[in-house]
Write a protein that binds this ligand. Structure first.
Ligand SMILES: [Fe+2]
Ligand SMILES: [Fe+2]
Length: 318
């Protein structure tokens, strides 16, 4: 079943009757829907580990604030598309459920994902449209459209929703804005059950075939590359404010902020989540293929330097 869109555009505002109906439905489901947007930074320099960087320390307060605001917006933009993907995912799982109870469960999940998205809409402004989908969310969309049922449980619920627990907890605890903190805490409460269901349903179903396992590895490799490259968004924002950044600066930034250790922690978390449900042999194959091994600092610096707009490509030397 691939003929559906994971990310949809907004309904035109000239359909007020339908828009009113969805507002009413939200209210019936206990939604408050107050607009709680704020224009100050939501997460501080410590959250992004910027406080350890000498380049960061050298820039002025105004620039720092605008970088933190942009980084916060990026986090919300990604969460917006992840929750959008969550609605499509539950829809697909409702249709492909194998038992009545499984279908009931995914109907509940669908409602929760819709609420998560509507909750985010009260705390942020989003850029919508096909070109605005962040690459991580777009990969999730691809998994939802293309992968098998076993891979759905494993990649979406065990791995990504499991990862989300850690990430959303961090976002909630570190948010400077109380409304944002509450929103992520509320989402987290539901995601715990979504993840647990994935662990149960994956373990209960038949063993993965070789084809399914290969399909899983292919997606796992792509997910892990996005983690291995290190703090892409932070570097992208920071270095866009530095005139003529060079490779040495990027390396120094990664060194001071402990980027390799941070990445290693994230890859270990992925390993722990997969270790919950995969066999020892399957985990060994992942280890042999070095899928979850971090890059060293030089490779990370090289990669980021070459891929961040405004550094390598637009550098006068190249
Ligand atoms: Fe969600
Ligand atoms: Fe979820």
């Amino acid at each position: 079943m691939k003929n559906f869109d994971v990310f949809l555009s907004e309904a035109p505002s000239h359909r007020p009757e339908f828009l009113n109906l969805i507002e009413q439905t939200g209210k019936v489901h206990g939604e408050l829907r107050e607009q709680l947007k704020s224009e100050s930074p939501i997460w501080d320099e410590k959250f992004f580990l910027l406080d350890k960087s000498s380049i960061w320390k050298s820039i002025d307060h105004r620039t720092k604030e605008s970088i933190l605001i942009s980084l916060g917006k990026k986090i919300l933009q990604e969460a917006y598309y992840i929750e959008s993907a969550g609605m499509a995912y539950s829809g697909k799982m409702i249709l492909t459920s194998r038992t009545k109870e499984e279908r009931q469960f995914y109907c509940f999940v669908a409602e929760e994902e819709a609420r998560h998205l509507r909750l985010l809409e009260t705390i942020g402004e989003f850029k919508t449209g096909p070109l605005e989908v962040p690459s991580f969310a777009s990969l999730i969309g691809e998994i939802i459209q293309e992968s098998s049922r076993k891979c759905h449980f494993l990649l979406i619920q065990v791995l990504l929703e499991g990862w989300g627990l850690d990430y959303y907890k961090d976002l909630s605890q570190s948010a400077l804005n109380e409304n944002v903190s509450k929103a992520f805490k509320q989402i987290l409460k539901d995601e715990i059950r979504h993840h647990s269901a994935g662990v149960i349903l994956f373990s209960e179903s038949s063993q993965m075939s070789e084809v399914e396992f290969m399909e899983f590895l292919k997606f796992l490799e792509r997910i892990s590359v996005m983690v291995k490259i290190g703090p892409y968004s932070v570097c992208e924002e920071l270095f866009s404010h530095i005139p003529n950044p060079d490779l040495k600066m990027v390396r120094e930034f990664l060194f001071e902020t402990g980027a390799v250790t941070q990445t290693e922690k994230k890859l270990n978390l992925i390993q722990d989540l997969l270790g919950k449900v995969l066999s020892e042999e399957e985990m060994e194959i992942i280890a042999l293929k070095k899928i979850l091994e971090p890059m060293d600092i030089d490779s990370m610096a090289d990669f980021l330097y070459q891929s961040i707009p405004g550094t390598y490509l637009h550098h006068p030397i190249h």
